[in-house]
Design a protein around this ligand. Structure first.
Ligand code: GLU
Length: 269
């Protein structure tokens, strides 16, 4: 499908886009981001937001020096941060007269046929109501056996649950590179990925930032999950949220992972 024609769009934003290195909310970024999504909604698009940041914002709010590594502290931080995160989104989207809703998921919900069907219905009704679902993992109760573990994967699952036309994953890097562009100046951006083969997997180094959870590898995994459901994924920088307009106007932005339909060859910039 042409990106311009995408109507139902899942946008995933990560902790490193939403917060400063201090762990506190990047107010300017989140304001710009909400403004763009609100505007896309005004243009008639349906938006589902998958947001990380619960743990990061909780850590910032508690004034902890670093992200804790033990489960109990992470789950407590998520309980605090999720509430703050929703408060921020609600305030911001309300300024543009948009209604948001909170959906917290764990893996066991989508793995159970009946609960998964209920969940699909809820998304579909929320979108009929014209509401923006804001989704995160239910970190406070998620234990290893039932967790998605990272929100890239969660965003792909949400895209399939909502029958989305497009998944946009915002990152702290502007797409998939042939090598790490922070250490190799010759690294080039890959514009289009039509097949997630061993080469693509090998260049997706696992490193994320200190504040987020996933690296490029989880994004590629997400693209694979979405692709199986016939949904294209674009991994692009979240630094300037207005870039989303350019993507939706048909410009080549970030790295596009094509789903199973007719595809061009893998293209490097
Ligand atoms: N669900 C986690 C949070 O809100 C983030 C997981 C991720 O960043 O992938 O903090």
């Amino acid at each position: 499908m042409e990106i311009k024609a995408a109507n139902r769009i899942v946008v995933k934003v990560g902790t490193s886009t939403l917060t400063h290195p201090s762990g506190l909310i990047n107010i300017r970024r989140i304001e710009q981001f909400v403004k763009v999504l609100a505007d896309l909604k005004n243009m008639g698009k349906e938006i589902v937001l998958v947001t990380s940041g619960a743990i990061g914002v909780g850590v910032g709010k508690l004034g902890l020096k670093e992200r804790p590594s033990d489960t109990r502290s992470k789950q407590a931080a998520a309980a605090i941060g999720q509430c703050e995160l929703m408060y921020i989104y609600d305030r911001q989207f309300s300024e543009y007269n948009h209604v948001i809703s909170q959906v917290l998921l764990t893996r066991d919900v989508v793995e159970d046929e009946r609960r998964c069907a209920l969940c699909r219905n809820t998304f579909s009704r929320l979108l009929e109501y014209g509401v923006i679902p804001v989704v995160n993992e239910n970190d406070t109760v998620a234990v290893e056996e039932i967790e998605f573990g990272d929100n890239d994967t969660l965003s792909a699952v949400v895209a399939t649950l909502c029958d989305a036309d497009l998944l946009i994953i915002l990152s702290d890097i502007d797409g998939l590179y042939t090598d790490n562009p922070r250490t190799n100046p010759d690294a080039t951006l890959i514009r289009a990925v039509t097949e997630i083969d061993d080469y693509i997997l090998s260049i997706a180094h696992g490193a994320g930032s200190a504040r987020g959870t996933g690296g490029m590898i989880t994004k590629i995994h997400a693209a694979e999950v979405a692709g199986e459901a016939g949904i294209d994924t674009v991994v692009m920088s979240g630094t300037d949220p207005a870039l989303i307009y350019r993507l939706l106007e048909g410009e080549s932005v970030g790295t596009r992972f094509y789903s199973r339909q007719a595809k061009p060859e893998n293209v490097t910039a």
